[in-house]
Design a protein around this ligand. Structure first.
Ligand code: PLP
Length: 248
């Protein structure tokens, strides 16, 4: 059977971890369709609708983009998949989201958003490195092939003994992130506005990229007529604070 997998992506969209997985899947007989995004960085629901096929098995759309901060319309994407399946009397494609940059930054509700599978990473919320979480819907059931075989832990999803200290660390980081999310959002918004105001009051020809309703902590600016690398050198600021293209 020829499977058809499908991910939304262009140069701004989807982290390499998803893109590389798609590249691997395409060597295994899956056909991958990459969707472009609109100038504001959001996915076009009509483009999505047009690209769906009866054999589309997975649609993966990142919840919050790590470079421009756009928040993709999760519930609308899920509704589009449901409507397509209903109209075409096919099985609904599974909806996966890479929510690594959404965790602790925006409220996540897998029911409201219609998410079937979701990947999360601990260190994005100051949890321990080396631990993350996968949400896999039970009803309707999502069957996932394990990558690691062995003792059948985690309902056969991920064999191997779970590192309890890392798991506790992730849980605690989630608890704190949830408690502080609203206050942190306001603090980050204030800092972002200050940064943007400071830069745009000094320099002309600057465009802020991404939908204005995105996560404020990602400030992505285009400086016309200046090459990225020389701009960073001129700013004499640590590369940990600024990056001119790819940041994780
Ligand atoms: C959107 C997004 N997805 C996935 C990852 C990868 O997470 P990890 O470092 O846990 O593999 C990152 C950052 O590294 C990210 O920003």
């Amino acid at each position: 059977m020829l499977h058809h997998s499908f991910v939304e992506a262009d140069i701004w969209q989807e982290h390499k971890c998803v893109l590389d997985s798609c590249r691997y899947l395409s060597t295994q007989g899956f056909e991958v369709t990459y969707l472009p995004v609109m100038p504001n960085g959001l996915i076009s629901l009509s483009d999505l609708r047009a690209a769906l096929r009866p054999d589309t098995s997975v649609v993966s759309v990142m919840m919050v983009n790590n470079e421009i901060g756009v928040i993709q319309p999760m519930a609308e994407i899920s509704e589009t998949l449901k409507a397509y399946a209903k109209e075409n009397k096919t099985t609904k494609a599974f909806f996966h989201t890479d929510a690594a940059q959404a965790l602790g930054k925006i409220p996540i509700d897998v029911e409201e958003m219609g998410i079937d599978a979701m990947s999360l990473s601990g260190h994005k919320i100051y949890g321990p490195k080396g631990v993350g979480a996968a949400y896999v819907r039970r009803r309707p059931r999502v069957r996932i092939e394990p990558l690691i075989h062995g003792g059948g832990q985690e309902r056969g999803l991920r064999s191997g003994t779970v590192p309890s200290s890392l798991v506790v660390g992730l849980g605690e980081a989630c608890r704190i992130a949830k408690r502080e999310m609203a206050a942190d959002h306001e603090r980050v918004k204030g800092l972002a506005n200050r940064l943007i105001k400071g830069i745009t009051s000094e320099v002309d020809h600057i465009v802020r990229n991404g939908d204005p309703n995105g996560y404020p902590g990602c400030v992505n600016l285009s400086f016309a007529y200046v090459e990225g690398e020389s701009l960073l050198m001129a700013l004499k600021v640590s590369y940990h604070l600024l990056s001119y293209f790819i940041n994780c």
